[in-house]
Design a protein around this ligand. Structure first.
Ligand SMILES: Nc1ncnc2c1ncn2[C@@H]1O[C@H](COP(=O)(O)OP(=O)(O)OP(=O)(O)O)[C@@H](O)[C@H]1O
Ligand SMILES: [Mg+2]
Length: 315
């Protein structure tokens, strides 16, 4: 069976500026596929070309086996789209908007079950302006489902939501996916990508830097733990080096102390090996160093992103 989405050597230039710079990936049917990247990475541009809202400068995109340029109308009928900025008719209520949007499509879902699915049935007679931020985002997801699509494309569905509302929306996206709908989404949130996505493309400056399952992306990092040590005395360089078997020192002494408000604090990366932590603790004991505090954090997608792009993910 053909892929849900196939993108080959996609390039999009605006004048001399290249927003998407040779992107290739496929999305399998039934997946939740994520594109993670900072502002300006080219995520929305890529999605809009898949949605046939923009024309590529170079490359080919097909959706559900249809070329998006030669079959734009058919593609639009088969997919559901939540744009990054959705504007809805503000003189209509939610039920009326869904009925109107549905009327544009051959296949449609009645407004009430859609509103029920996103937990907004009691707001059926409200206008969009009367909804909270989280309710608006949920309504946007409902609107993307109006034509009973095989594929939904959600551009930052949870940006601006509080943690609880974000989790609720994750539940909704999962439910939609469990009914067999393929989901492509963009996000700035590592945790969201990790929780929701079966595969993930990390994008920056118009390019895909890595593409894999969240787990494999994390495992491919050489380090698997970040360790923060607070010692009772500053360590000498020589002492620090005894801990340094396969250990990368990220911050040491004053530098790390400034951040944590504690002097004698060292942040280390431990090698991806089960014995690395034991070796480090043994060395500390052997050297007679006093340990005041120890924090161990597993490597996250945040670290993967940092390693790939050299910068923190801006929000
Ligand atoms: N119509 C346009 N004309 C000129 N430049 C554009 C146009 N649309 C987008 N760009 C530029 O292309 C780049 C990628 O934009 P895009 O909207 O795809 O980023 P994004 O990854 O979705 O970012 P964000 O996380 O902020 O939504 C940006 O530098 C943007 O300024
Ligand atoms: Mg965007």
């Amino acid at each position: 069976m053909e892929h849900a989405v196939q993108v080959e050597n996609l390039v999009k230039r605006y004048g001399s500026f290249t927003a998407v710079d040779g992107v290739t990936f496929t999305v399998d049917r039934g997946e939740v596929f994520g594109i993670l990247g900072p502002n300006g990475a080219g995520k929305t541009t890529t999605l809009e070309i898949i949605e046939s809202l923009q024309k590529p400068t170079e490359g080919r995109v097909s959706v559900l086996g249809l070329d998006v340029q030669s079959h734009a109308a058919e593609v639009k009928a088969l997919i559901g789209v939540q744009l990054q900025d959705s504007a809805y008719y503000d003189y209509l209520n939610l039920k009326e908007i869904l009925a109107l949007l549905g009327s544009f499509y051959p296949a449609r879902t009645a407004p009430e079950p859609l509103l029920e699915q996103v937990g907004l049935l009691d707001k059926a007679a409200s206008r969009v302006a009367e909804l909270s931020g989280g309710q608006k985002q949920r309504f946007a997801v409902a609107a993307s489902l109006v034509n009973d699509p095989e594929l939904v494309i959600l551009d930052e569905p949870t940006t601006g939501l509080d943690p609880q509302a974000r989790r609720n929306l994750w539940g909704l996206i999962r439910e939609v996916n469990q009914r067999g709908v393929t989901v492509v989404l963009t996000t700035h949130y590592m945790e969201e990508a990790e929780v929701l996505c079966s595969r993930l493309a990390i994008m920056d400056h118009g390019r895909i830097l890595a593409l894999d399952t969240p787990r494999n992306l994390i495992n491919q990092l050489e380090a698997s733990y970040t360790v923060k040590l607070t010692m009772d005395h500053p360590m000498t360089v020589a002492q620090l080096e005894t801990l340094n078997g396969g250990v990368e020192v990220i911050q040491s002494g004053e530098q790390a102390g400034e951040e944590s408000g504690t002097e004698n604090t060292y942040t280390l990366r431990l090698a991806n090996s089960p014995s690395a932590l034991k070796t480090m603790l043994d060395e500390i004991a052997k050297a007679g160093l006093g340990l005041e505090n120890l924090q161990i954090t597993p490597v996250t997608l945040e670290d993967v992103f940092l390693e790939l792009t050299g910068s923190e993910l801006r929000d």
